[in-house]
Design a protein around this ligand. Sequence first.
Ligand SMILES: [Zn+2]
Length: 407
Amino acid sequence: MDIVERFINYTKFDTQSAEDSQTVPSTSKQLIFAKYLKEELEHEGLEDVEMDEKGYIYATLKANVKKEIPTIGFISHYDTSPDASGANIKARIVKNYDGKDIVLSEGIVSSPSKFPEMKAHIGEDLIVTDGHTLLGADDKAGIAEIVQAMCYLRDHDEIKHGDIRIAFNPDEEIGMGAHHFDVEKFGCEWAYTMDGGDLGDLEYENFNAASAKIHIKGVSVHTGYAKGKMLNANRLACEFNAMIPDTELPETTEGYQGFYHLLAMETRTEEAKMSYLIRDHDRESFEKRKDFMEACAAKMNEKYGEDTVKITIKDQYYNMKEKIDPNMHVIDIVLQAMQETGVPPKVEPIRGGTDGAQLSFKGLPCPNIFAGGVNFHGPYEFVSIQVMEKAVDVIVKICEITAGFND
Ligand SMILES: [Zn+2]
């Protein structure tokens, strides 16, 4: 089977995950696809194919040499984003893209004037939607690439490699993909998620993240008789937020700049609740940001009385760079693989988190490599067939280079 057929077959399954679900996986329809995928892996001759009751699939391509080679892994998620429908996806191939508008269906147009990324794919064959659903290249392109690469290695015994483990999981889009991932069972020294965007993406730095909940206690008194008695929590909330520098917000930062984000607030005269996100790539300045918020609360308490402002800060996730830095060969191998397959690497810090970050802190260093999808999570999502093929080449090369790792 070629990669296009493989991928398009996958898109026919609705695997949308759901926030606020109490089950694992979050939607039972994901398991229907998981069973299909498991059978496909068995059919392709992979070994140790297993799927647990939560829908996590693990399999092995056995080594074809005797020597000691580190076991490495490749991971993708099969759920699609809750942000757009994933039902009745009608994938269509636009051959030899000419750089002009693509009419997805009547009145729905994917245009390079709106999505300049399309221009990078002139002359390639693009898989697009009918404009009513997402495509699900995030991250079924990653699955198709991994399976295709395993089949390629299976058919090309002259390429020497160690044990290669692969894993496919549900619920990445709701931030739960790594949660039930069995790192021990996976048994790899390091791994890669094939879940990045366009050609060459390589990510191994993400935010350190915390949430801060602020609770402000006011005193409500009849406004006519409030003098010297009222403590208006609405005003205190504004005062608190005014201490956050304007230059350190999501809307005023980029690249490696961290920020504070006022996510939600609910205020009355009597009490105010605010919730913030704290983000920074650098661990030290991340800690300083948390200290700063504590200091803001302390300042308010000094002015308005103890226990007026209560702050609760919780760490959410950390920058995987901390775990990658002592293992830079994990990145060097990808860079070499990209070079040997003619892929210009694009290394950029993620302004968010990834499953790989969580896995890295569970003991499995796990950077993220491009899968090829563009315009994720919406009806303008597309993937270039040639980029998917490049991703397959990169996976194969990584396995090959790793085989010489101990030489
Ligand atoms: Zn993804």
